[in-house]
Design a protein around this ligand. Structure first.
Ligand code: C5P
Length: 401
């Protein structure tokens, strides 16, 4: 099932070279099973034709304020009213100006003005960097944010005009993620989350080290789900090859000691700490500065114990609500509950590792003072959302949204 199943999205395309990316955005929306209706402005149509959008969306494209397909020629009212969200990508400097002033002289600007209160309007500006930097455009963008319009981007980079700077349209993948997020319940609105994820890497010498097979996927999925739920999220991550979820602040570390330092220095004002990282229990006591050579019959490697970051945070008098993870290969119930008590946690997520670490499917069970609570299986993303719901419900002050 798509992430946007049952959602009706109006996609406005205004004039700009980035209009070609709107075609990709329509495909991505349809892939997530959204019903897409494209509204093309006159200048937008000079860049990409209506036929392209019609083929990709499977729906006729709206071009004209006076289109009489809608009952009584009221397309500007009807389209906005039946949409769950309006997305304008790319949004030109001219369109931002119109929107900021409340002008309504074509179908897209009129339907944006006529949208029902509270309807999501997401806008992805794209223009030459000088146009974006112009105080007039900046003023318009700030005004739109104040009016509750969600502005995404523009990104920095190479521009079609040959210049480099801010003005590139946000990528379709980023827009889709942000749109999906707007439909999630805001259970963590106003909360601040610190989360660890991934493995740690403990150097033995400049080219070797101790680590484990944690992929970081569960921690990243939780960080994403928490951001979708409205939390301000800081993700302290060991070495993984995963993209940072939208809206998440990421701090990269390598070793357990660096992870501990990154966590302890960011605890102020944190409401919730979730430790998902598979922290190496030991590190090389004295990593070699030069590469260790294989000559010699054997090698012994003295190890030192790493600090338990979660236990340390949970033991603080001003500890945030702490959630731990325990991956076990057997006797999950006994071991997870023992770990929860030893670390002094209100909540621990037990994971029976059947497919090895980093496997796609996880069977998760929650342990708290009330006992054991299995989490219904699903994709990593679904499970992450369920977990965030369970955690939000247990937070002091309860879930918001
Ligand atoms: O004791 P064990 O490593 O099984 O506990 C797992 C939980 O403790 C996880 O939540 C993990 O992120 C956290 N942990 C930690 N620092 C360590 C070891 C584990 O924060 N040094």
């Amino acid at each position: 099932m798509g992430e946007l199943t049952g959602k009706r999205i109006v996609l406005g395309v205004t004039g700009g070279v980035a209009a070609y990316k709107a075609a990709e955005l329509v495909r991505a929306l349809v892939r997530e099973q959204a019903a897409v209706e494209v509204v093309l402005t006159a200048t937008g149509a000079r860049f990409v034709s209506a036929a392209t959008f019609q083929a990709l969306s499977g729906n006729p494209v709206w071009l004209d304020l006076w289109d009489d397909r809608a009952s009584g020629g009221m397309a500007h009212i009807e389209l906005g009213r039946r949409a769950d969200a309006i997305v304008v990508a790319p949004a030109s400097a001219d369109f931002l100006a119109k929107l900021a002033c409340g002008l309504a002289d074509d179908l897209l600007s009129t339907l944006c003005l006529a949208r029902p209160a509270g309807r999501v309007l997401m806008v992805a500006p794209a223009m030459n960097r000088e146009m974006w930097d112009n105080p007039a455009t900046r003023r318009n963008a700030a005004r739109l944010r104040e009016d509750g319009v969600a502005l995404l981007g523009p990104a920095d980079g190479e521009q079609a005009c040959g210049e480099t700077g801010p003005g590139r349209m946000a990528e379709p993948g980023e827009l889709i993620e942000a749109l999906i997020a707007t439909f999630q319940p805001r259970r963590l609105a106003g909360r601040r989350l610190l989360i660890t994820a991934g493995p740690t890497f403990e150097p033995i010498d400049p080219v070797r080290g101790l680590t484990n097979l944690s992929s970081g996927r569960m921690g990243y999925a939780l960080a994403r789900a928490a951001a979708e739920a409205g939390a301000a999220v800081t993700l302290v991550s060991g070495p993984v090859s995963l993209a940072t979820p939208g809206g998440v602040e990421r701090v990269d570390v390598l070793t357990a000691l660096q992870m501990r330092e990154a966590v302890l220095s960011r605890l102020a004002d944190i409401d919730l700490f979730i430790a998902v990282a598979a922290v190496c229990d030991f590190r090389a006591a004295e990593p070699s500065v030069a590469k260790v050579k294989k000559e010699g019959a054997s090698l012994s490697l003295p190890l030192a114990r790493n600090p338990d970051i979660l236990a340390e945070v949970a033991a603080r008098p001003d500890a945030p609500f702490c959630v731990g993870f325990a991956a076990e290969t057997e006797r999950l119930e006994e071991q997870a509950e023992a770990k929860r008590r030893a670390k002094g946690l209100p909540l621990l997520v037990g994971n029976l590792v059947q497919e090895g670490m980093g496997g796609e499917n996880s069977r998760l069970v929650l342990f708290d003072d009330g006992g054991m609570h299995p989490i219904a299986p699903g994709s990593k993303r679904e499970i992450a959302r369920r977990l965030i719901g369970e955690i939000a419900a247990r937070l002091p002050g309860g879930a918001h949204g």
